[in-house]
Design a binder for this molecule. Structure first.
Ligand SMILES: *Cc1c(COP(=O)(O)O)cnc(C)c1O
Length: 668
């Protein structure tokens, strides 16, 4: 390995020191190792670096001197809360974990930020029109959130985007901002289209975006029948490919949108019906979480040219809707890695505005009102999911007792290996240890090794791994198999949460979210863990975490202290997660609380209690009264047969009935 002189000398240094004892749990990051070597005590700055909170959390989340995560819901406009203390006080108000905390001020800040980025871009490029954003309701449909959003959006004439009939119902009833747009996307039937057209009579600026060629005819027919001219848009299938997970949203075979020949056909049909003046908007959406600004630029260029051509064809073009895709930097790396993005909101607004202006100026077409449907970028930061750790499961790390001479050959060999491990040979002896362990299992299965000897063998194996791991962590570079050792040796932290209900994208598409402890951040996290949820499903786990480079398979955590709470939180999960969750194992919605910052602290705006067992059971058609009745009958029969005492029967019934009205999660 060619390494710079400094690295080489520190390597030599580490060779000359004693191999670490098995009980030492040196941290894996080389920077942190240096701290451990110099015995420097852990600081909150170390935690900031480790969990990358500045990267993904600014300006909302940071760490205070007490070693707690704090939240500044108004961003850099001042005021902050200690998140750990907030959780403690919410718990005292009977709000059990897991708990979703929503900060309405963050939502407001995100809307203000997006609008001011576009305002700045418009000023910078002397763009002669305005920005009118809409929030795609599908990102988070919760009533309080949508109501807040409409209210915060009023100064900016911010509108809503509906992607389905039920979302149209929400948007129509909730949006009351004069001049704000109501963009109607998704698959449409006659009723959808009629409702969207009639919405004009209520003063809504509803735009029906034609996504399927069949919708053209439906829209023409509905308009003729109602004698109302709709505002129509077309969604184009761009050739520009989104990248990453949602890349399939574009291209010639994408699920939505009209191809160029179909757009030309739609123009023809509208013209024939005398409705070409209704066509005013061009829409595209190249997918969510676009990590690379160059993809956005390409899409803008292609769409702008289609816009210009539509105007030339005689459509009454007035709006260009650039869809969603504005990314969130989940790992804080500012790169085009799929969990990050290599641009900021201002770069995005600049490139949209400049790109549209260039294309229009070239062809002397007036520039359109720019619409974006940014969902993820607006809704992700506003909620924090807090959950507790129920316990851990660790691999045995005890220093082994010497193995006596009469013991089986395998434990004897393993003990020898254990004693011989050095920074020079750790890599090869690791494979020897694995081999002996595997051999022990074979012999056990053949009946040649007793269970006590197998137990001894496994214990020795873990002791070897522990020692090898401690050495590997001191190295700048280790081979892949030794990197896997971190995974194998990781503790399992059991979390009071259902990944399926609360972080579905982590399970379904391996999406990464920043996760970190809320407290003890002034203490070195000496354990390495993966998270296992309380569902009975082996997929109910989180074992991939954000890292500066790529992804890490274990998370640095603190060892639990008896009687002391240890809270973990998942950040940036405010978009999509809440609605896509499912009821696997019948774990229901979590408790949700809406917090607003006040000059003297905070105010609880709303509490939305999570599902009770009765509620989740009713989703699968169980009537709780019949369930109780069934238990009552069974206890009655058991009483008759003297199989249960009266007090046992009472306790059973009481617990059963009470449970039905309670939270589906564990109570700690
Ligand atoms: C999902 C979706 C959005 C939202 O995308 P984000 O990347 O979350 O901003 C916007 N428009 C359409 C048509 C969508 O389907």
């Amino acid at each position: 390995m060619s390494s710079p002189a400094t690295a080489a000398s520190s390597d030599t240094e580490s060779l000359s020191t004693q191999p670490p004892t098995v009980t030492s749990l040196a941290p894996s990051h080389s920077a942190l190792v240096a701290d451990a070597v110099t015995q420097k005590s852990w600081t909150i700055e170390d935690s900031e670096k480790l969990y990358r909170i500045q990267g993904w959390g600014e300006p909302y989340f940071s760490i205070n001197a007490a070693g707690h995560v704090t939240v500044s819901p108004k961003g850099d406009r001042g005021g902050s809360l200690d998140l750990y203390e907030l959780v403690e006080s919410l718990k005292q108000r009977n709000l059990a974990l897991p708990l979703l905390i929503r900060f309405s001020d963050i939502l407001e800040d995100r809307i203000d930020r997006l609008n001011s980025c576009f305002a700045r871009a418009i000023a910078r490029y002397s763009y002669k029109n305005v920005y009118r954003g809409v929030f795609p309701v599908k990102c988070n449909q919760h009533r309080q959130l949508i109501q807040d959003l409409v209210r915060f959006g009023q100064p900016h004439h911010f509108g809503l985007e509906a992607g389905s009939k039920p979302e149209l119902m929400i948007a129509l009833a909730t949006l009351k901002t004069p001049g704000a747009l109501l963009i109607c996307n998704g698959y449409k039937d006659r009723e959808y289209i009629e409702t969207a057209i009639l919405a004009q009579r209520l003063g809504q600026t509803s735009v029906i975006v034609l996504e399927q060629i069949e919708e053209v005819e439906l829209a023409i027919a509905a308009s003729i029948a109602l004698k109302i001219k709709p505002v129509l848009g077309v969604r184009a299938k761009l050739t520009t490919k989104g990248v990453g997970r949602w890349g399939g949203s574009t291209g010639d075979r994408a699920k939505f949108g009209l191809t160029i020949p179909e757009i030309i056909r739609a123009v023809g049909e509208l013209e024939k019906a005398g409705m070409l003046d209704c066509l005013q908007l061009l829409h595209f959406h190249i997918g969510s979480q676009i990590s690379s600004i160059s993809v956005i630029k390409d899409a803008i260029r292609e769409a702008s040219h289609i816009y210009v051509e539509l105007a030339k064809l005689g459509a009454n073009m007035n709006y260009l809707d650039v869809g969603g895709g504005l990314g969130v930097d989940y790992d804080g790396s500012k790169t085009n890695f799929h969990t990050s993005k290599n641009y900021n909101m201002q770069n995005y607004a600049n490139d949209v505005v400049a790109g549209v202006k260039d294309a229009c100026d070239e062809r002397k077409i007036p520039v359109p009102i720019i619409i974006s449907e940014s969902g993820r970028a607006i809704a992700s930061h506003q909620s924090v999911l807090v959950f507790d750790v129920l316990g851990t499961s660790d691999v045995p790390r005890e220093v082994p007792e010497p193995v006596d001479e009469n013991a089986h050959l395998i434990p004897r060999n393993l003990y020898e290996i254990y004693q011989s491990i050095t920074p020079e040979n750790y890599q090869e002896v690791y494979h020897d240890a694995i081999q002996f362990k595997e051999e022990a299992v074979s012999l056990f299965n053949l009946g040649y090794l007793g269970i006590a000897e197998r137990a001894k063998t496994e214990q020795l194996y873990w002791a070897c791994c522990d020692k090898i791991q401690a050495i590997a962590r001191q190295k700048e570079y280790v081979s892949d198999d030794l990197e896997d050792l971190e995974k194998v040796m990781a503790s399992i932290y059991y979390i009071n949460l259902s990944v399926f209900q609360s972080v579905p994208d982590s399970w379904a598409i391996n999406q990464l979210f920043p996760i970190m402890p809320l407290n003890r951040l002034d203490e070195e996290p000496t354990a390495r863990g993966v998270l296992a949820d309380i569902t009975c499903d082996s997929d109910g786990k989180i074992d991939q975490f954000i890292d500066l480079r790529d992804v890490k398979s274990v998370l640095e955590l603190h060892t639990l202290k008896p009687g002391e709470p240890y809270y973990l939180a998942l950040f940036l999960g405010g978009a999509y997660q809440e609605i896509m969750g499912n009821l696997h194992n019948l774990f229901g919605d979590v408790n949700t609380v809406h917090i607003q910052l006040t000059p003297s602290g905070y105010h609880i705006e709303h509490v939305v209690k999570g599902d009770t067992m009765k509620q989740v059971l009713s989703y699968v058609q169980y009537d709780s009264e019949s369930l109780v009745e069934s238990i009552r009958r069974q206890t009655e029969a058991a009483l008759q047969q003297n199989k249960i005492t009266l007090s046992e029967a009472q306790l059973l019934l009481q617990n059963y009935e009470r449970s039905l009205g309670k939270y589906t999660y564990l109570q700690s």
